[in-house]
Design a protein around this ligand. Structure first.
Ligand code: ADP
Ligand SMILES: N[C@@H](CCOP(=O)(O)O)C(=O)O
Length: 322
């Protein structure tokens, strides 16, 4: 979303001296995104450096994650990019470090990928994203690091308490019921691994109908693969009436299933995963909407969207259609 921590050209020019990317040409704050402070950075390039042809980068100042939590995310991006997946590689400085500090925040530069995100994905794009997510899950099985989901059960309970006063009694009832159900739902038979955990439409870039990039791995963690699928389809395959668009959903899931077949336990857990995924973003959007952090540029997202998706999933829980 946002720029919470401003950076001046002089501050960045000074910081860039640690890299072999040449002098700063342009610095521009990015409005999109909601967690970190992001900037497009263009440099003059340095033909003698490690990134001779690269002049376009994204600078992120991490607002929530601490430096010790970031190696999981940044090294996952590097790992997936080495496996041929279109994830932006973090840039290492002259000392081989990809994580520094700028204006009191942990900060990193990553390669700026080509392409734009799509607001209205078509069936072919959903199919591509389904296949891509399955490939990311399979590749992630070899990723050696683990990180607990910061938006798991304890976070759900804490956040539900914090936002409760902003809800109607009916909304409070729905939330309390879901938080309690999710807390006791048996997940022990479900496959786990490295998940993106926020693979919304604005985190995939396309050139035409071809995926050119997967960005924003800063919620990535070790969790259920099926939960990641549910998060992704709740955004990519949702229709205007808060029911799935069947053609996009089937294309997505069939392409996923062709690369990593769903297990019987996953088919059974599907409705609860869709609900967990909707609850996760209802809660975070409520929190960001009613209890926002101060920001120079900010664009809170509408929490009612996920309230409606959750209510619909509770009314009618669609089976896994593969
Ligand atoms: N590697 C990248 N290549 C191209 N654009 C990027 C890249 N990383 C981020 N962006 C742009 O910055 C925006 C915000 O980034 P994002 O990681 O989603 O922010 P946040 O972590 O705050 O949610 C994206 O919507 C995209 O336009
Ligand atoms: N995708 C989430 C919030 C995180 O936003 P992002 O800009 O980091 O993708 C939502 O839509 O609520």
């Amino acid at each position: 979303m946002s720029v919470f921590t401003p950076v001046s050209e002089a501050e960045l020019s000074d910081w860039l001296r640690a890299y072999t990317l040449g002098p700063l040409r342009e610095l521009k704050g990015i409005l999109a995104g909601i967690d970190n402070s992001n900037f497009f950075v263009t440099t003059e390039g340095d033909r003698s450096g490690n990134w001779p042809d690269q002049t376009r980068f994204v600078l992120t100042l991490f607002e929530n994650l601490k430096a010790e939590q970031l190696p999981y995310n940044l090294e996952l991006m590097e790992f997936l990019s080495q496996q041929g997946l279109p994830s932006p590689a973090p840039i290492r400085d002259r000392n081989g470090q990809y994580l520094g500090e700028l204006n009191g925040k942990p900060a990193a530069l990553v390669v700026r990928l080509e392409g734009d995100w799509t607001e209205r994905p078509n069936v072919a794009q959903c199919a591509q994203v389904g296949g891509l997510l399955a490939r990311m899950h399979l590749a992630g099985q070899a990723y050696p690091q683990q990180r607990e989901n910061t938006h798991g059960n304890a976070w759900r309970i804490r956040t539900a308490i914090a936002v409760s006063r902003f809800l109607t009694p009916a909304e409070q009832g729905l939330m309390e019921n879901e938080v309690a159900l999710q807390a006791t739902f048996d997940r022990s038979e479900l496959p786990t691994g490295a998940i993106h955990a926020d693979l919304f439409r604005d985190n995939i870039l396309f050139v035409g109908d071809t995926v050119s990039g997967v960005i924003d791995f800063y919620f990535a963690c070790t969790d259920l693969l099926l939960y990641d699928v549910a998060i992704t389809v709740n955004d990519w395959c949702m229709g205007h009436d808060y029911r799935f668009d069947t053609a996009r959903l089937q294309a997505f899931l069939q392409h996923y299933h062709a690369t990593r077949p769903f297990t019987a336990a996953e088919a059974e857990a599907w409705p609860m995963m869709l609900r967990a995924a909707a609850l996760r973003f209802w809660l975070s959007r409520l929190y960001d909407y009613f209890l926002p952090r101060p920001a120079e540029m900010n664009q809170p997202k509408d929490p009612r969207h996920f309230h409606r998706i959750l209510a619909q999933h509770v009314r009618e829980t669609p089976p896994l259609p593969v």
